[in-house]
Design a binder for this molecule. Structure first.
Ligand code: CMP
Length: 221
């Protein structure tokens, strides 16, 4: 618990107290944690697995907002503003989370200002990321948006790996890039011709990081 995300600032005794209020939640791959617009009175900490955060448009399309994994927290927004869940959350692989209810969370938040500061930092990071995604979605050729997306998705792998394998479907890439599966398919074919995508398999992609970085203009951050 102490190693995970925003809770790492808490002293041991506080962590122990918090742990006594937490309950495990196990999700199978593709199971939903909750849906957009449900009322929300708890927060979740991801111990292992991978989940996607998405919104469904009025015409039924899914727009993916983020992928979350070990150490991330989920559900802080509805707890903080008291409104409904801002998005749906679905497991992309078997996942183990820990659930904390509003009361326990607000208590530690009030007792420990460091946790509040960490939380603000987390929200700033997510807003920054959302701003960047908004800019990307606003324009530019699909192939460039796709390349940027692959670059961010391979960020979590060890820096030494020249070729990284990403587990993601074409439909999910389309949801993340704000485009269609067909456009993603065409974009991937182009990236493959350039040697940036080395190989494609069922729900998997192998990406040459060096070639990817060389093909993209420098990132302002
Ligand atoms: P909440 O609104 O309670 O439920 C949906 C959750 O998804 C939200 O809290 C956040 O934890 C998470 N979430 C929503 N939007 C984003 C985003 N853009 N980036 C990362 N996480 C998000």
């Amino acid at each position: 618990l102490g190693r995970s995300g925003i809770l790492r600032v808490l002293p041991y005794e506080r962590l122990l107290e918090l742990a006594s209020h937490m309950r495990p939640v196990d999700l199978e791959s593709e199971a939903y944690l909750f849906l957009q617009e449900e009322p929300g009175d708890s927060l979740y900490l991801v111990e292992r697995g991978r989940l996607r955060v998405f919104r469904t448009t009025p015409d039924g399309r899914e727009v993916s907002l983020a992928h979350l994994s070990a150490g991330d927290i989920i559900g802080e927004m509805a707890l903080l503003d008291g409104l409904e869940r801002s998005a749906s959350v679905q497991a992309l692989e078997p996942s183990r989370l820990w659930r904390l209810d509003r009361q326990a969370f607000t208590r530690v938040l009030q007792e420990d200002p460091r946790l509040a500061v960490e939380l603000l930092e987390l929200l700033a990071r997510r807003l920054r990321e959302a701003d960047r995604r908004l800019e990307e979605a606003a324009g530019g050729p699909v192939v460039v948006r796709l390349a940027r997306l692959l670059q961010r998705m391979s960020g979590g792998s060890p820096a030494s790996a020249a070729v990284v394998s990403l587990r993601v479907t074409q439909q999910e890439l389309a949801n993340l890039a704000g485009t269609t599966r067909e456009s993603v398919n065409r974009g991937l074919q182009r990236l493959q011709r350039q040697g940036i995508v080395v190989r494609r398999g069922r729900g998997r992609l192998w990406v040459d990081r060096g070639r990817l970085a060389a093909a993209l203009p420098a990132d302002p951050w």
